[in-house]
Design a protein around this ligand. Structure first.
Ligand code: HEM
Length: 399
């Protein structure tokens, strides 16, 4: 257990609802405890925008080579792990993957993502209530990643199931069980991908796994692990973004759906504001040298967590930060995709998926409403970042 950091033991937020809406706790921390030491787990926590940014940019002081982490995934650290390393080594690892995410590759992906979204939205035809999470927010990213990697998209349920287990958060009481399940999922997933990668090395196709086998830089197992890493990084996160967009349109600013229908330039603004306003990301680093940069004595080897969901509501960066406002001028300066050398490689892809999901949806449906007696606590599931929606039934009106 000692190697995994349990976030809710730091926040002490116990109810599902408080974990879903941690924002008043964030505010309290920003105001009274912006640099907070959790003695039980020996972890520093920062909540202000400038502090969070410093943690992410200053890799000499805050290293991504860490002995403990809040990421609940069994870890390997070799050339396939783009995240758990620092520059200059990081540059080489990242460059290999980055080729897949150039603007040109993304341009090629756009029509394919559109086709997947069209199909998912067409399947809602004739329904008066749809479950946005199950029918759109989950399948879209899994199918996109499966295609991107070049694995059969009919295997998506298996892939999703493995990915859920790998990213499921640890609990202290059931730690051993969860660890066993994760080890099993990892083994099955590797055994599934390994022959696919071997095949790609012999007969490369137009996909990321094939690209990664070229040049003999990575072994087959390293390519397998890169694939699993991409899936992990890009699956649940994008599901959360798409789910939360609909939640925000219903509950954070009811009525805004009509603006999305009337003005397509409002859609990317909504995407950014949801990323800022409703996305409880936290990122960890290891203190690399004793330091007092944040006014307290931090010791080499301690872990520090930058609470992005809180930084994104810091009034010194965002005026009226607690208000949902898609028209704020600096709406892209949120830290939800991180910052500095490890800035999310998949950010343009995630943005594209979210934009296409919503623009496709608004063409088909004239309006959306919450279902009667909707109670969010019935629709939450524990996830790596706190609580996420496992379902979101909404009433739809056909255009
Ligand atoms: C890194 C968030 C979607 C691939 C990151 C980081 C964050 C993040 C915060 C930085 C981690 C750190 O500093 O240690 C998100 C969010 C997403 C999303 C909120 C969706 C809304 C995606 C997608 C992909 C992806 C779709 C690819 C398919 C990656 C990779 C890294 C990364 C490979 C590691 C980059 C590095 O360490 O250099 N992401 N991500 N992400 N993300 Fe994303």
């Amino acid at each position: 257990t000692s190697k995994t950091i349990l976030l809710h033991e730091i926040s002490k937020l116990n109810s599902k609802l408080d974990q879903w809406n941690p924002f008043s706790w964030y505010k309290q921390m920003r105001e009274h405890n912006p640099v907070f030491y959790d003695a039980e787990q020996d972890v520093w926590n920062v909540f202000l925008y400038d502090h969070a940014k410093r943690v992410l940019f200053d890799h000499q002081l805050f290293s991504n080579k860490k002995e403990r982490s809040l990421i609940p995934v069994p870890r390997v650290n070799n050339r396939s792990n783009v995240n758990f390393c620092d520059p200059p080594e990081h540059r080489h690892r990242r460059a290999l993957l980055a080729q897949a995410f150039t603007p040109r590759s993304l341009k090629e992906w756009e029509p394919r993502i559109q086709a997947i979204a069209d199909e998912l939205v067409a399947d809602m035809e004739g329904q008066t209530t749809v479950d946005i999470v199950q029918q759109l927010a989950i399948p879209l990213p899994v199918i996109v990643i499966a295609k991107l990697l070049g694995v059969p998209s009919q295997d998506r349920e298996k892939i999703k199931a493995w990915s859920d287990i790998l990213f499921y958060p640890y609990e202290r009481e059931t730690f051993g069980d969860i660890a066993d399940q994760k080890a099993r999922a990892m083994k099955e997933f590797q055994e599934y991908l390994y022959p696919i990668v071997q095949e790609k090395r012999k007969h490369p196709a137009d996909d990321i796994l094939s690209d990664l086998t070229k040049g003999e830089q990575l072994t087959d197992m390293e390519v397998v692990m890169s694939g699993i890493g991409l899936l992990g990084a890009g699956n649940e996160t994008t599901t959360m973004l798409i789910s939360n967009m609909f939640y925000s349109m219903l509950f954070d600013q009811p009525g805004i759906y009509q603006e999305m229908r009337a003005d397509s330039t409002a859609i990317p603004k909504l995407v950014e504001e949801v990323l800022r306003y409703r996305f409880p990301v936290a990122i960890d680093r290891q203190v690399a040298q004793d330091t007092t940069v944040f006014g307290h004595k931090m010791k080499k080897g301690q872990i520090i967590i930058a609470w992005m969901g809180s930084a994104n509501r810091d009034e010194s960066q965002f005026a009226n930060a607690e208000t949902f406002d898609i028209h704020r001028p600096n709406n892209q300066t949120h830290l939800t995709f991180g910052a500095g050398p490890h800035f999310c490689l998949g950010a343009p892809l995630a943005r594209m998926e979210a934009n296409i999901a919503l623009s496709t949806f608004v063409k088909r449906f004239a309006d959306i409403r919450p279902v009667e007696a909707f109670d969010v606590t019935e629709h939450l599931i524990q996830s790596a970042t706190g609580q996420s929606l496992k379902s979101l039934p909404i009433c739809v009106e056909t255009a």
